[in-house]
Write a protein that binds this ligand. Structure first.
Ligand code: 8YV
Length: 311
């Protein structure tokens, strides 16, 4: 007998194919009548596989009385109402570690691309502008401080890479890490004042909503850059747009946005912004590994074994 699995959002397609072999899997995000699908499965579904673009809220959890486990595709689980799940004793798993280095790679790529204007240089060549004269000079990373918001697994991997560039490192987070010598600031405004590039690498959700506020952005200053590979919600996007338009900060490299995949029109025409479509973990190898954790967590649950990566 196959267990009934509700897949609430898109994830790595081979993972979905694998889940569809093992379970009676139902795709919620493509269902024309989502409420109808949930109602029809209410007394059957015991497991959910969720993702960043299709999570599960308290109301949906409440409509699935037999739900026993949620396996989330992603390290960040802000689209899952973990508190509502916990209240019902439903464990939630995520996909940590397997994406750490990949995400750190993109953070550094975005930092360099933004500060040294790599996509702008590419456009400069393609558009034949080089024939008319050299591209304007850019800012430099050398001798600067990179300030990292969130010194978790991904933050540490970014910092490790930055060390190789010879830059100074500072960080912000709820707690100073005793094993790290880098300058620590509890207040993100103080971090912003101290650094030339600020990289947001913290979890999303209510605790960090608007953490990179208007004041933080202003404190970064006209020579400062913001890179965001965490969640759009971490940054006051309206304040960021205004600051970029008025050259109150130098530029931004953004992989994440408040209302993905809709990116504010204003960003699209700005030359001092480098944009990515939320791809920090988006390689074949890493998405496969993330998907395997979803598969393994569900298998462990149904085999009565300890979950591999519970939150
Ligand atoms: C998403 C991410 O999971 O892991 C995270 O938290 O943001 C990404 O890896 C990806 O967009 C797939 O939903």
């Amino acid at each position: 007998m196959k267990h009934e699995l509700l897949i609430t959002g898109p994830m790595y397609p081979p993972t979905i194919a694998e889940l569809e072999k093992v379970y009676n899997a139902h795709r919620l995000w493509t269902a024309p009548d989502k409420a109808g699908l949930i109602a029809s499965l209410a007394d059957k579904v015991t497991a959910v596989a969720s993702s960043n673009s299709g999570g599960i809220d308290a109301a949906t959890i409440a409509k699935l009385p037999k739900l026993k486990v949620i396996a989330h595709f992603g390290v960040g689980y802000d689209t899952v109402d973990v508190a509502a799940a916990k209240q019902r004793g439903i464990p939630v798993t995520n996909t940590p570690d397997v994406l750490t280095e990949e995400v750190a790679d993109l953070a550094v790529a975005l930092m360099l691309a933004t500060v040294r204007q790599v996509p702008q240089g590419d456009r400069y060549v393609r558009e034949g502008k080089w024939l008319k004269g050299p591209m304007p000079l850019t800012e430099s990373l050398q001798g600067k401080t990179v300030g990292i918001i969130g010194m978790g697994r991904i933050g540490r991997s970014i910092a490790k890479r930055c060390e190789a560039f010879g830059v100074k490192i500072a960080y912000q987070g709820p707690n100073k890490k005793n094993d790290l010598d880098w300058s620590y600031y509890r207040d993100p405004v103080e971090l912003a004042k101290s650094c030339a590039v600020m990289i947001a690498a913290c979890p999303g959700g209510e605790a960090t909503r608007g953490l990179v506020s208007r004041t933080v952005i202003e404190a970064l200053g006209p020579k400062g850059f913001l890179v965001n590979i965490s969640r759009g919600s971490v940054v006051d996007e309206t304040a960021l747009i205004e600051a970029l338009q008025k050259n109150r900060i130098a530029g931004a490299g953004l992989d994440v946005f408040v209302d993905e995949p809709r990116v504010p029109e204003a960003f699209l025409t700005m030359e001092n912004v480098v944009l990515q479509p939320h791809v920090a973990s988006a390689t074949h190898d890493t998405r496969r590994a993330m998907g395997q954790l979803v598969i393994d967590n569900l298998a462990a649950h149904f085999a009565g074994k300890p979950l591999v990566t519970p939150i």
